[in-house]
Ligand binder design. Structure first.
Ligand code: CTP
Length: 488
């Protein structure tokens, strides 16, 4: 029997041990903490299972830990959560549980340690370490979880059909752990996911989104998405993404498989950024390719406007997946909308005005957009890739140069609407908008510089062309604050 006492020989576990011993209760540390300990992964969440009342044990442990300890008790669930020096410790009484086929509400009764281990999701999550004074540190591993950890296998402790139907989210968890840990889902467990995939529908969208986000944040997220696709889970939870898969050929011309392309972009991006929303932008950048796909005998396969249609699809997809409907969603929408712009620039002669327009449209998100676009270069043709990358470097340099000169990022009109109204004696209306647009376009096209004097001059000229007359000129032009140089 494995002795792990050195791993739990510290103040926290010794305190739980002595308190429970005084109360005559057996207690074990179980689940993810034990798994992560054995995998040398850091974890701040500890699950303690008590044979008897988890609440009573928690109350006494919280008292004994003293200062700097916070405890919350959830009487109706028989659980308690203690926070102590950055640790979150959940106490629960050992349970025997079974779920009914069409309900998420389990029938629960008190149970033994073994009962509790039986109802857990995977053998690697059912490992327990004793905190009892008589066998402190002993590993209790009824399902050979330790061997599965060594062999890197995800396996359910019971018949997988039972484990997954008890809580269908576990099918997503299997995929998530396989992705995070680089493990393989054992064959019968995998087949059970395929069989039970439709039961994922009874799980709340919030829980699904949590798992999906964990997959996306893994080092190589494509592993998870391939598993979700191959098991059929993706078709149920995120059909728009599953629809990206497939290659069609007409007259010997075929387009690329947009699902695998998207995964390549996502993996490339994962190597460059940990930002969840930028990773979501990679997932969604080509999401409207299936609905915009057309075959043209001359041009071959086209996906015209997929960036506009894709940006329009984002709010619905975010709502459906219960992702936030806030500025994070707007960021993803903007990335999807603009994702072709730097690529187009990298293919052509880069003009200053195209660069200014890109800076104007992307604003402060320009760096993220450039990262996404660089990740989007996935051609098999090495010559092409090199050419794009070189041009990209040029685009980046140009962006820096133009921004230093013209300050377009975070652009503010150098002549405000108030000044236009004052000079021409106007009320808010169409003319003010026309003059403002003319100034902005002239600056972006490089016809005038991004400064008050040139903008003011253009305003007067354009106003007179519109038939307006100058009624008053400000005595002193307002001082325009510079935005300062920003790195790109
Ligand atoms: N568990 C389970 N079935 C679930 C969720 C959790 O059996 N659907 C059990 C597992 O034993 C798991 C433990 O509860 O190890 C704690 O769950 P949780 O904190 O959600 O996951 P961890 O395994 O700790 O992993 P992570 O912190 O990475 O989510």
């Amino acid at each position: 029997m494995e002795d792990l006492s050195r791993h739990v020989d510290n103040f926290l576990f010794r305190t739980i041990s002595s308190v429970c011993s005084d109360l005559g209760l057996d207690a074990y540390v179980i689940g993810g903490f034990v798994r992560d300990l054995l995998l040398h992964r850091k974890s701040k969440d500890i699950d303690i299972v008590v044979i008897g009342s988890g609440l009573e044990a928690a109350k006494h442990v919280a008292m004994k830990l003293g200062k700097g300890t916070e405890a919350r008790y959830y009487g109706q669930f028989g659980t308690a959560m203690i926070s102590h020096k950055g640790w979150s410790i959940e106490f629960v009484g050992a349970r025997k549980e079974s779920y009914k086929l069409f309900s998420r509400k389990p029938e629960v009764e008190d149970g033994s340690l073994q009962d509790d281990q039986n109802r857990r999701d995977f053998t690697i999550n059912a490992l327990a370490i004793s905190l009892n004074t008589y066998d402190f540190g002993l590993l209790l591993d009824p399902f050979n979880g330790l061997r599965d950890l060594e062999l890197k296998i995800i396996r359910t402790p019971l018949d997988p059909d039972i484990t997954y139907s008890d809580d269908p989210l576990r099918m997503m968890r299997a995929v998530r752990f396989a992705t995070q840990l680089g493990f393989r889902i054992e064959q019968s467990s995998y087949e059970a996911i395929v069989r039970n995939r439709n039961r994922i529908r009874i799980v709340s969208a919030e829980r699904i989104a949590d798992e999906l986000n964990k997959i996306i944040l893994a080092d190589v997220p494509s592993v998870g998405f391939k598993l979700l696709f191959d098991t059929g889970l993706l078709h149920v939870i995120f059909p728009e993404m599953a629809a990206l898969q497939g290659v069609e050929s007409i007259n010997g011309k075929s387009h690329k498989d947009n699902f695998y392309h998207t995964l390549e972009v996502l993996d490339n991006l994962a190597g460059m950024s940990d930002d969840l929303w930028l990773r979501w932008s990679a997932i969604l950048h080509d999401i409207a390719k299936p609905p915009t796909k057309k075959y043209d005998p001359e041009a071959g396969w086209t996906f015209h406007g997929h960036e506009f249609r894709g940006a329009r699809m984002v709010p619905r997809i975010f709502k459906q997946l219960r992702l936030p409907q806030n500025d994070r969603m707007k960021f993803v929408q903007k990335m999807v909308l603009l994702h072709l712009r730097p690529i187009v620039l990298a293919q052509e002669v880069v003009t200053d005005s195209a660069i200014r327009r890109l800076l104007f449209d992307a604003g402060d998100d320009i760096d993220d957009l450039m990262t996404l676009c660089e990740a989007d270069i996935t051609s098999k043709n090495e010559y092409k890739v090199k050419k794009y990358r070189d041009n990209f470097r040029l685009v980046r340099e140009k962006l820096k140069e133009i921004e230093a000169k013209d300050r377009i990022r975070n652009w503010q009109p150098p002549v405000s609407g108030e000044i236009i109204m004052e000079v021409f004696g106007l009320r808010p209306g169409k003319e003010v908008g026309l003059i403002k647009n003319a100034i902005r376009e002239a600056i972006l096209d490089g016809i005038i510089g991004n400064n008050f004097d040139e903008a003011y001059g253009l305003m007067k000229k354009h106003g007179l062309e519109l038939g307006l007359s100058i009624v008053r000129e400000p005595e002193q032009p307002p001082v325009i604050k510079s935005n300062g140089p920003v790195p790109i």
